[in-house]
Design a protein around this ligand. Structure first.
Ligand code: SF4
Length: 66
């Protein structure tokens, strides 16, 4: 089993929600948000991430024409 690359992940993480125990542990982050049909912070541009709206609807509204 590969080791978690949480330090590398943290370097790329744009999440501004503090504190969060899942930060850098992407598998937990994804599972946590997907339970509520949301997506992790890194799926959103920084200005949207800061609103903490991680809903599928917001994601689709951003990317539907891309
Ligand atoms: S996106 Fe959500 S679960 Fe992931 S680090 Fe940020 S607050 Fe935590």
């Amino acid at each position: 089993m590969d080791k978690c690359r949480s330090q590398d992940n943290l370097a790329r993480c744009n999440c501004t929600w503090e504190p969060c125990s899942r930060k850098g542990i992407c598998c937990e982050c994804l599972a946590y948000h997907w339970r509520s049909r949301e997506l992790p912070a890194c799926f959103f541009p920084d200005p949207v991430e800061k609103t903490y709206d991680r809903s599928l609807g917001r994601f689709i509204s951003i990317y539907k024409d891309k």
